[in-house]
Design a protein around this ligand. Structure first.
Ligand SMILES: *Cc1c(COP(=O)(O)O)cnc(C)c1O
Length: 372
């Protein structure tokens, strides 16, 4: 008879917060995917041609050391190859960073709200997430974060620009913060959206890491480079950290398709920059129109906007889904909406316009009834 006892598993799993992927709109309306901050464009010029060749060797394991991609990155960033660790997306590298620094009970410090994967990965390691609230204007509170560092802190994550708010920390305030963090605590600068951060005051993590052995920079090919489906990202850090990251990696995790597509994408840099320019122009248009509709939007330097909707978040996401627009909802808090192509952004702006008009009408009706 089969036993009803389930195998023993780590209690830490019970503390892992649930991850809710964005709803995919149903029905016949055209689908605009604005929930995952993906690029709306196909792979960059040269990528598909390279993939067609690489695919012919799919019977072979990939290059364990990701040598060509590492060399290409090292040359472009002007860093030693030994300072680079390639991973199956930068989210895997973030998980490896937690694994190499935090024992059960140790603390991982980050702002909140920030990237939804941080608390999941921290809990999975048995470590304790310490979440420092954003300021009222949706920015990292670096002073409060510096004060929140304790004896148990092993890792600090600064997501810049921040997912999901799009806000950034400037160079001077970030440097002042880094000066305050003890030298034996690793600080991760998660720069998944750095290509979109067109502010002259935006700190370049790779410049900051050079004379700071406790700084690690994470970047990805999933966003501006448009390779989210292939899972490839990288870390830049001094050798002890980069070497530990390579030790903690799943063997042969980064496929040859991913490695070669990333190399081809780097070589198509000017086309990537043009696409980023088109998306940041669309971003400016979306922010302008939202303001004209009466919305308050945090200043965003990423490829998405953040609408703080509080209790109406789920209702808003439902209204968008009904109109064929998928957005990322954090119920009770807000919605993150990616900048897509012009048609997708127009569809989103029609949703926001209708929602505001509907909301204002509902409010008026409510106050009329209250006055009766
Ligand atoms: C999208 C994203 C990543 C990158 O994810 P990949 O695993 O590289 O696809 C990392 N950090 C943040 C904050 C992100 O939003």
């Amino acid at each position: 008879m089969p036993s009803t006892t389930s195998p023993r598993m780590r209690p830490a799993l019970d503390a892992v917060p649930g991850y809710t992927p964005a709803r995919v709109p149903d029905g016949t309306a055209p689908v605009h995917r604005l929930a995952a901050n993906e690029s709306p464009y196909p792979p960059l010029p040269g990528v598909l041609e390279r993939l067609a060749v690489t695919a012919q060797d799919a019977n072979r394991y990939p290059d364990f050391g990701c040598r060509e991609l590492t060399a290409e990155l090292a040359a472009r960033l002007d860093v030693p190859a030994a300072h680079i660790a390639v991973g199956t997306g930068s989210v895997a590298l973030a998980q490896q960073l937690i694994q190499i620094t935090a024992d059960p009970g140790d603390e991982v410090l980050f702002a909140w709200r920030s990237f939804e994967a941080y608390p999941v990965m921290t809990r999975l390691a048995g470590a304790v997430p310490v979440q420092v609230p954003l300021t009222a204007d949706e920015r990292h509170d670096l002073r409060a974060m510096a004060r929140a560092v304790t004896e148990r802190t092993r890792l600090v994550i600064v997501c810049n620009p921040n997912n999901p708010t799009g806000t950034v920390v400037g160079r001077a305030e970030l440097e002042a913060f880094l000066d305050q963090v003890p030298a034996d605590v690793l600080v991760v600068l998660d720069e998944a959206y750095v290509e979109f951060a067109d502010d002259p005051d935006h700190p370049d993590g790779v410049e900051l890491y050079r004379d700071r052995p406790n700084v690690c920079v994470l970047r990805t090919f999933s966003k501006a480079h448009g390779l989210a489906g292939l899972r490839v990202g990288y870390a830049v850090a001094h050798e002890p950290v980069a070497a530990a990251l390579r030790t903690a990696a799943v063997p042969f995790g980064v496929s040859q398709l991913a490695q070669d597509a990333a190399v081809a994408s780097l070589r198509a840099e000017s086309a990537m920059r043009e696409r980023v320019a088109a998306l940041t122009a669309e971003r400016a248009r979306v922010v302008r129109e939202l303001a004209a509709q009466g919305w308050t939007v945090a200043p965003t330097r990423a490829n998405f906007v953040w609408l703080r909707l509080g209790d109406r978040t789920a209702e808003f996401a439902d209204a968008c889904a009904a109109a064929g627009v998928s957005v990322m909802a954090f119920p009770g808090d807000g919605a993150r909406v990616s900048i897509g192509d012009a048609a997708a952004n127009d569809a989103f702006l029609r949703c926001t316009s209708r929602f505001r008009t509907g909301g204002a009408a509902a409010q008026e009706q409510a106050s009329r009834q209250a006055g009766e």
